[in-house]
Write a protein that binds this ligand. Structure first.
Ligand code: ADP
Length: 264
């Protein structure tokens, strides 16, 4: 947003007082800091896969006489390239969300349809781990906003639930409405997140276990995208988790009011 922050001060002027209005630059400076950190983070995060690709290219050259090793190095190079591709896509998504106000061109978005799409887009990964994703839509609801972004958020939560759970467990996606808020709760029986990590997982590039995440191809951007989508739609994302038992991520969004009646 480009909202202006004003600081109001009452200053003495002779025997009278005057009202002083001054632009408050605190928010502006904070955002500049966030942006600077972001760029520093990106540079750091890109160095790892780019460095790995360079090292693997050298290793392939050195192993040219040994086809098995060439194949192994080429496979790892492919994984790093996939990760770079995913990272650049997610970074572009994130900057698009930050640049645009999804409520400016809001559409009415059906939550049950979004849940269906989010589950569908994760079914291959779930099947590969013999997992089932079970929707429990207790209430129908519509929200105002961007269908693409809300789908992306729910899809990310379901993807994480599958990713961070052992084989043959189930993921639940519950939807219910209370007090004008729709709650979309994604529950897994996975590894869980320790209390001291629970705030941090929503930060950009934060991963509880970077070594493991590198193998699985995580970028650490998924939950920061979810958090942005929630905030830009006037909602929130919360987390309940216990290590070894599982996690529930709950996305809450305000329900769209009844459509305006046609007036003759
Ligand atoms: P990533 O691309 O690494 O999955 P996210 O931003 O989506 O990035 O998640 C950040 C970190 O939070 C993950 O690396 C993982 O450690 C942890 N995490 C996210 N979802 C879950 C979950 N459902 N269960 C356990 N840990 C999770």
């Amino acid at each position: 947003g480009t909202e202006m922050h004003l600081r109001v001060r009452i200053a003495p002027l002779g025997n009278r007082f005057m009202l002083v209005l001054a632009a408050d630059r605190t928010e502006e400076l904070r955002l500049a800091g966030v942006r600077r950190d972001f760029v520093a983070n990106i540079s750091h995060e890109l160095k790892t896969p780019i460095g790995a690709v360079a090292v693997l290219a050298e290793a392939i050259e050195a192993a040219a006489e040994d086809p098995a090793r060439v194949r192994a190095f080429a496979g790892r190079m492919q994984l790093e390239a996939d990760r770079l591709a995913r990272m650049s896509k997610e970074l572009i998504d994130l900057s698009r969300i930050e640049a645009a106000d999804p409520l400016a061109h809001a559409e009415r978005v059906s939550i049950s349809r979004i849940v269906d799409v989010a589950i569908d887009r994760n079914k291959v990964q779930a099947a590969a781990k013999r997992m089932r994703i079970i929707p429990r839509v207790l209430d129908e609801a519509e929200v105002l906003g961007s269908e693409e972004l809300v789908t992306m958020a729910v899809q990310n939560l379901v993807a994480n639930a599958v990713q961070y759970s052992p084989e043959a467990t189930h993921v639940g996606v519950g939807v219910r409405v209370a007090d004008g808020i729709v709650e979309i709760a994604v529950t897994d029986k996975g590894v869980g997140i320790a209390p001291e990590e629970q705030e941090r997982v929503f930060e950009r590039f934060y991963r509880v276990d970077p070594a493991r995440s590198r193998v699985t191809g995580g970028t650490g951007l998924g939950l920061s995208i979810v958090k942005h989508v929630a905030a830009s739609h006037g909602g929130e994302i919360t987390l309940w988790s216990r290590p070894g038992q599982g996690s529930t991520f709950t996305l809450r969004l305000p329900v769209a009011g009844a459509p305006a009646k046609e007036t003759a």
